[in-house]
Write a protein that binds this ligand. Structure first.
Ligand code: HEM
Ligand SMILES: [Ca+2]
Ligand SMILES: [Ca+2]
Length: 306
């Protein structure tokens, strides 16, 4: 029920307004594109793509998604979303939903970083509630098994190919030491590092994330091309340079159907780009509110009238 021309009469320049704002933000923050696509992912996995993640705690929102474990002190980019919303309110007041802004910002972020472009489907409306418990239970954690992560994708109708392709978003952006340091010194109580980790890469990570060091220190998710959207995430997996345990699992799990998909994307960037674009459309289609459901929020942080 979403479509690419939803705003062609009511806000014809919506795509370029969003893209210009993302480009502007990238001038002072090379990481912001990565942060914006992650916002869309964490939105869509909880109550569908309805901008529930943007709601601040307060009033009827007693437990925000921002304060859920996968988001707290981790997810970022809210200021840029507010900037985009303000410029859209000047050009086409009350028309473009915050949920659609997240979908458009994700596409701009990928294409501006050298990745694929696609026609973003539009027409989502904004939800009236947040679901903190849903965020805690539905967003995959970097510490869980491949089987668990796979089932969290399949719970929102995304298959194994979507999961592997979308994980390729870890071709840019950063991760804090606390999300992978369990691999570096005493993996699963063995007294040794994760044996699936490239030893040269391991030494670098141990230096950047020492035992009892600061768990919030940042590391590039893709050590080869940190801000470029390419297929290096997959070539890194072949050389055992997946940063998160869940990244490395995609290639290092014997007999898993993910292995051949990783090989395909590592050997063929075009195949990865085409699948990534399709899988982003699939993710953007998770349970949207349409028609008269929900509302078009005036301020992405608050339900209207609250
Ligand atoms: C497959 C399961 C996934 C897990 C377990 C996972 C986990 C994580 C973790 C732990 C971080 C670092 C957060 C921090 O240090 O604060 C991260 C960052 C990131 N994730 Fe994922 N992720 C997954 C899938 C995805 C998907 C599907 C996308 C988008 C399509 C995505 C996009 C990103 C991006 C771009 C960053 C960097 C954000 C930034 O620099 O601000 N991830 N992810
Ligand atoms: Ca949501
Ligand atoms: Ca890269």
């Amino acid at each position: 029920q979403l479509n690419a021309t939803f705003y062609s009469n009511t806000c014809p320049n919506v795509s370029s307004i969003v893209k210009n704002a993302v480009q502007q933000a990238l001038q002072s923050d090379s990481r912001i594109g990565a942060s914006l696509i992650r916002l869309h992912f964490h939105d869509c996995f909880v109550n569908g793509c309805d901008a529930s993640i943007l709601l601040d705690q307060g009033g009827n929102i007693t437990q925000s998604e921002k304060n859920a474990a996968p988001n707290f002190n981790s997810i970022r980019g809210f200021g840029v979303v507010d900037t985009i919303k303000s410029s859209l309110e000047s050009s086409c007041s009350g028309v473009v939903s915050c949920a659609d802004i997240l979908a458009l910002a994700a596409e701009s972020s990928v294409s501006l970083a050298g990745g694929p472009s696609w026609n973003v489907l539009l027409g989502r409306r904004d939800g009236l509630t947040a679901n903190q418990g849903g965020a805690n239970s539905s967003i995959p954690s970097p510490f869980e098994s491949l089987a668990n992560v796979t089932s969290k994708f399949s719970a929102v109708n995304l298959d194994t190919t979507d999961m592997v392709a979308l994980s390729g978003a870890h071709t840019f952006g950063r991760a804090q030491c606390q999300f992978f340091s369990q691999r570096l010194f005493n993996f699963n109580g063995t007294g040794n590092p994760d044996p699936t980790l490239n030893t040269t890469y391991l030494a670098t990570l141990q230096q950047n994330c020492p035992q009892n060091g600061n768990g919030s220190t940042l590391n590039n998710l893709d050590p080869s091309t940190q801000d470029t959207f390419d297929n290096n995430y997959f070539t890194n997996l072949l050389t055992k340079m997946g940063l998160l345990q869940t990244d490395q699992h995609l290639f290092s799990t014997n007999g898993s159907s993910t292995v051949s998909i990783v090989n395909t994307f590592a050997n063929n960037q075009t195949a990865f780009f085409n699948q990534f674009a399709q899988s982003m459309i699939n993710m953007g289609n998770i349970s949207p509110l349409t028609g008269t459901q929900g509302e078009i929020r005036i301020d992405c942080k608050k339900v209207n009238g609250s």
